[in-house]
Design a protein around this ligand. Structure first.
Ligand code: SF4
Ligand SMILES: [Zn+2]
Length: 255
């Protein structure tokens, strides 16, 4: 519920401050489902809902309903307990305005005006609705989420890279075998060609030798194509691994 202390412009348009809604004042701090539904419905029709919920987050107001979010939802977004202490939760923040998932939230560092001890601050920005709020604990929770995702991505990329590497070496072994086969066939052809005997048997032997060499070259070609394909896939997996590792390191994390 809006505090009408005259310091915040947006509060003059608060739906809950209109005379016809003043009777709901206490309902904003009620814990019953019925009261929460009533107040949330009013909030969702309010023109200043975004300002209201951002104000609650930035002032760490963790009691009552603000901007259509009850205190549990506000604490979850801030990642704080009912005592206001920062907690690591399994359930990460969502956008308090449009309810976009954590994957849509990004942390930015902004410069602060006026000098003093603090020159920068962390803000969280929703990529879906552009709502931005300044909160260290929210930013930490969002970063923890993205770091967790990046670690999973690295593991997946490593697994895929390892699998493709073994497939690539299997392909190399097949090519080696087929090269041995081709060389044996060429040697065979050389031997039968060297036999200048003009008998029907010798002619037949030479025809067979030519066929065998042709076949062996085909096998080598096919397996080389297969090996090149595997090499390309292995390279793509390696690039992907580099990329996700870079993301992870840029977030200040190591494996
Ligand atoms: S969003 Fe809800 S709590 Fe905030 S000013 Fe509007 S009606 Fe009041
Ligand atoms: Zn949003």
């Amino acid at each position: 519920m809006a505090i009408l202390n005259g310091q915040l412009d947006w509060q003059k348009d608060a739906a809950c401050a209109k005379p016809e809604n003043l009777h709901l004042k206490d309902s904003f701090f009620s814990t019953t489902a019925e009261d929460r539904n009533i107040t949330k419905n009013l909030c969702f029709s309010c023109d200043v809902r975004k300002d209201c919920v951002v104000w609650a987050l930035e002032s760490e107001t963790i009691w009552g309903t603000w901007g259509g979010r009850d205190e549990n939802e506000i604490r979850r977004t801030l990642s704080v307990s009912s005592e206001g202490k920062e907690v690591r939760r399994d359930r990460y923040p969502q956008c308090p305005y449009c309810a976009a998932r954590t994957s849509q939230l990004l942390v930015k560092v902004i410069d602060l005006d006026g000098g003093g001890r603090w020159t920068t601050a962390k803000v969280v920005e929703c990529q879906t609705c552009n709502t931005t709020w300044r909160s260290r604990s929210s930013a930490n929770a969002v970063n923890a989420y993205h770091n967790g995702r990046a670690s999973i991505e690295v593991k997946k990329a490593k697994k895929s890279y390892d699998a493709l590497t073994s497939k690539f070496f299997a392909a190399v072994a097949v090519v080696d075998d087929s090269l041995v086969m081709r060389n044996a066939a060429i040697e065979y052809q050389r031997l039968v060609d060297g036999d200048r005997t003009r008998t029907p048997d010798a002619e037949e032997e030479r025809t067979i030798a030519r066929e065998v060499v042709k076949e062996a070259r085909k096998v080598v070609r096919t397996n080389r194509t297969h090996m090149a394909r595997m090499d390309k896939k292995k390279q793509a997996a390696s690039d992907r691994l580099d990329k996700v590792e870079k993301v992870l390191h840029s977030r200040g994390r190591t494996q």
